[in-house]
Unconditional design. Structure first.
Ligand SMILES: Cc1ncc(COP(=O)(O)O)c(C=O)c1O
Length: 390
């Protein structure tokens, strides 16, 4: 039964709010950066308004209730048990990964990622003067899988691996068997595994992701910022059973000043994890319906573009290989010709160059405009290519 209190159809004008997605560039329809155009759950809004009502906004400590909210959520949703002493607070997943790279590896070390993957993984490794080592995912018959032989070989040279589960941009939930094999290989080569699980709650209805088992070489990054659309509060935690690693991380995050909590973050996180389960399951229904809309539209109206099937995230990975156009050029063309901004696949690794990434976390009305623009852009591109050939 749908709760009519939640409104996922309302078109909210985000322009004029210093919004990265809508204010930073001039596009008519931005469908790139990973946040949602939906209003947050009422409970989150109420919690923020309640805190805002107190008129002093000074320095804030991270309350125990925030950690309890994480612990209860992971226990209830995923049967994943955590205790307070195994967790550390951070202002975000990427700031914490950056700190971990600095304190758990040395300059020049190789860090493994599985491409195509969230582009900031490349930057955080390179900006810290470490080297990216790519375990390229195999794309076959419209599906991705891990090249375990290559992983075995590359991990023998790596200090650290950053796993993305569910995987942005392909929307894949790694199976328990795959996670166990990754874990075995990391242990075999004495590699520290950072598991970025920020997209874990955004799954197709009835589907659950598999958390990476906490063991001595594993650090998990968690955050409600994607699931509940509260990235602007900049809040996350890291979890590890390894006290020695966690102490080093805590120390580095302290040096980096990335372990403090802003005045609103705790209210938002606690409300999200303790009062918004129903909202989230309805959100997942809406995202799933949007996925179906895209699939049907592509099949019926634009079969030259193929949807890569996914179990998680609101980020769709569109196979545009039949268009024979580099993804940067394609993305730029759609922006100029249609005002539609989709991410170029090459941003996620060279092996992503046949793809575009489309964010479908928006009301249906916007999604339909996006799809029409995509079709019109592809037709315009084909006409242009045809004209240039003759
Ligand atoms: C896989 C992944 N990790 C981390 C982030 C960013 O996390 P944060 O804003 O907490 O740094 C994103 C945002 O899109 C993401 O997709």
């Amino acid at each position: 039964m749908k709760n009519t209190e939640y409104d996922f159809n309302n078109l909210i004008d985000r322009r004029g709010t210093d919004c990265l997605k809508w204010d930073f560039f001039d596009d008519d329809l931005p469908m790139w950066v990973a946040d949602m155009d939906f209003m947050v759950a009422h409970s989150i809004r109420e919690a923020i308004l309640k805190r805002a009502d107190h008129p002093v906004y000074g320095y804030t400590v991270v309350p125990d209730e925030l950690f309890d909210a994480y612990i209860n959520w992971w226990d209830r949703q995923y049967d994943f048990k955590m205790s307070r002493e195994d967790m550390a607070y951070s202002i975000g997943v990427m700031p914490s990964i950056s700190s971990m790279i600095r304190c758990l590896s040395d300059e020049g070390d190789e860090i493994l990622i599985q491409t195509p993957v969230y582009h900031v993984f490349f930057h955080v490794i390179e900006d810290n003067n470490r080297k990216v080592l790519e375990n390229k995912l195999i794309y076959e018959n419209g599906e991705y899988k891990i090249d375990f032989d290559d992983l075995d070989d590359k991990l023998s040279k790596s200090k650290m691996m950053i796993l993305c589960n569910p995987h942005n941009p392909i929307g894949k939930i790694w199976s328990r068997e795959e996670l166990i094999r990754i874990d075995e290989l990391c242990k075999k080569h004495d590699v520290i595994l950072i598991s970025d699980e920020i997209h874990c709650d955004l799954t197709n209805p009835g589907v659950k992701y598999n958390p990476f088992d906490a063991s001595d070489n594993v650090i998990t990054c968690m955050s409600p910022s994607k699931s509940f659309n509260i990235a602007g509060f900049q809040s996350s935690v890291v979890h590890s059973k390894n006290k020695e690693l966690l102490d080093k991380i805590r120390n580095q995050m302290h040096i980096d000043n990335s372990d403090s909590c802003n005045v609103f973050a705790a209210s938002a996180v606690i409300a999200a994890y303790s009062q918004c389960e129903e909202w989230l399951s309805e959100l997942n229904e809406v995202i799933y319906e949007n996925k179906q809309t895209v699939r049907q539209f592509l099949e019926n109206e634009l079969p030259v573009v193929k949807l890569v099937e996914s179990d998680a995230t609101y980020l769709l990975w569109l196979d545009c290989s039949a268009l024979n156009t580099p993804s940067k050029m394609l993305s730029e063309f759609l922006r100029e010709n249609q005002g539609l901004f989709l991410s170029a696949g090459v941003d996620f690794g060279e092996n992503g160059d046949d793809f575009l990434r489309m964010n479908i976390a928006c009301p249906k009305e916007l999604l339909n405009v996006g799809l029409l623009k995509l079709k019109a852009g592809v037709i315009a591109l084909n006409n242009l290519t045809y004209c240039l050939k003759i």
